[in-house]
Design a protein. Structure first.
Length: 118
């Protein structure tokens, strides 16, 4: 599994994503979990996919950790996936909807915001 986030020039930005990756790994110890970034940080999506493919993994789930579906998810992610699948036709990639499209995530965010009201 690859958790795919935007990336930032500020190193502390990645901390919540490291926590998410760690929690997924702990809850699913038989799954190799990689974190990848679109820009500014490493590893890139291609690097993470190559790592997994290099370990012989032939079915990889990609989870975009984006709240909205803008150009990065709709255009950039598609281009990266196409490039990888052209080079590795034996590897099956499955892309989940962006986390911001998940009703569970939206409910959790609304609950959090509401909890701050007292």
């Amino acid at each position: 599994m690859v958790l795919f986030a935007h990336g930032s020039r500020q190193n502390t930005w990645r901390m919540p994503f490291d926590v998410i990756a760690q929690k997924v790994s702990e809850r699913h110890p038989n799954v190799q979990v990689e974190l990848a970034f679109l820009e500014f940080m490493t590893p890139t999506l291609t690097e993470s996919l190559n790592t997994l493919a290099g370990q012989g993994i032939v079915s990889i789930n990609i989870v975009p950790l984006f709240f909205g579906v803008g150009n990065h998810v709709a255009r950039d992610l598609d281009a990266l996936i196409q490039s990888f699948t052209d080079a590795h036709p034996h590897v099956q990639l499955t892309v989940a909807p962006a986390v911001g499209q998940s009703p569970v995530v939206l409910e959790a965010m609304a609950d959090y915001a509401g909890s701050l009201l007292g």
